[in-house]
Design a protein around this ligand. Structure first.
Ligand code: HEC
Ligand code: HEC
Length: 309
């Protein structure tokens, strides 16, 4: 109604259309207008997609590639074809709840990840999950996503790498960016022993647990879990450090140091036991012998006296 009235010549009001006509009347203004429009379009959307790319990088990329194979979590290339959007949003919002609910697909992907649980990202919302899934879908269509797995040759690991890793683990060699040594919070086999920290889990089998060299390398380059993130986000491990540490974890998982150590302990226990018993026997026979004699002698004497009598 209002527009019709506005359009009436008598009202004197001009519609947006009327006003836009000035564009045609002034070529300079027109060019400026479209340049501004282009700027908004040109900068506006990439800036937004850069944000979401950044979000993906910080929160998802240490466990997921988009193309190139599985990392700790499944490859997300074309993930939208595997399950519907609503399901994925609910899953990203609370992975554990979804798995605990007994949902067969959730249980299946959990088993495929060797029971490593996807983390619930703090502050995740349905909108953000949707944006991330849009982003993953767009990246899936590219020939090669910026988050596609790089097939970097990691190996072969040398004994020297593993030795360096041990030094880094124990903190004897400082980490380049001054993050705290792993031994403050972790043990590996017997290394650390009672001195090693108990805050974090034992890392002896961690390469297998986090599904191999490539996956753990990516994991360590941007640890996604709460405590690790707080320690390493601003003081990241460098590539060489990660390689050495992974080499060390791999070698410590394979060697029989633990068995060796525990057999030494058993031998020690047996010998101490043996030595201890021997010592005890000597002591015992000494004391008991005396006490025995102390009781026996008078008896013998008594019997002698009695026998004589
Ligand atoms: C700690 C590693 C880790 C992080 C970080 C992580 N995920 Fe996952 N993700 C997994 C694992 C592992 C699974 C498989 C299910 C499970 O075991 O929990 C999974 C499953 C998924 C699935 C379902 C895949 C399928 O095949 O249907 C989607 C989608 C997903 N993640 C998206 C994300 C997004 C988005 C982020 C970042 C906000 C993210 N993940 C962060 C480990 C992770
Ligand atoms: C301040 C304590 C702390 C320090 C220092 C620390 N970690 Fe951790 N780490 C943890 C905790 C706690 C966890 C369990 C997950 C979490 O809360 O982040 C963990 C988890 C891990 C995991 C995942 C284990 C798994 O089975 O899921 C790896 C791998 C790891 N840390 C490696 C390292 C390495 C390598 C270093 C040294 C360069 C290191 N951490 C230093 C506390 C620490």
């Amino acid at each position: 109604m209002k527009r019709i009235i506005g359009n009436q010549l008598t009202s004197g009001k001009r519609t947006l259309f009327d006003r836009s006509l000035f564009l045609l009347k002034s070529p300079l203004k027109t060019i400026t207008f479209f340049m501004l429009f282009g700027l908004i379009l040109g900068y506006g959307s990439p800036a937004q997609s850069q944000d979401i790319a950044q979000t993906f990088k910080q929160n998802c990329s240490s466990c997921h590639w988009i193309g190139g194979g599985r990392l700790i979590g499944p490859d997300l290339k074309n993930v939208s074809q595997r399950k519907d959007r609503d399901w994925h949003v609910r899953f990203i919002l609370d992975p554990k709840a979804m798995i605990d609910s007994g949902d067969p697909y959730a249980k299946k992907i959990f088993a495929e990840a060797k029971n490593v649980l996807m983390l619930k990202v703090p502050g995740m919302t349905a909108k953000l999950a949707n944006d991330l899934l849009d982003f993953i879908e767009a990246e899936s269509k590219l020939d090669s996503s910026q988050f596609a797995g790089k097939k970097v040759a990691l190996g072969p690991f040398s004994a020297e790498d593993a030795a360096k890793g041990l030094e880094l683990f124990t903190g004897r060699t400082k980490l380049e960016n001054n993050a705290p040594g792993c031994i403050n919070c972790h043990t590996v086999n017997s290394v650390g022993g009672s001195l090693g920290g108990r805050l974090g889990p034992d890392l002896t089998q961690v390469v297998a647990r986090l599904q191999g060299r490539t996956a753990i390398t990516s994991w360590l380059s941007a640890p996604p879990t709460a405590t690790m993130k707080s320690q390493f986000q601003n003081k990241p491990l460098n590539e060489q450090e990660i390689k050495s540490l992974v080499a060390y974890f791999e070698s410590s998982a394979n060697n029989d140091r633990y068995n060796f150590d525990s057999s030494i302990i058993w031998i020690a226990v047996i010998f101490c036991g043996f030595g201890g018993s021997l010592f005890g026997l000597i002591l015992f026979s000494g004391i008991w012998g005396k006490r025995f004699r102390a009781v026996r002698h008078p008896l013998v004497k008594l019997s002698k006296i009695r026998g004589e009598s």
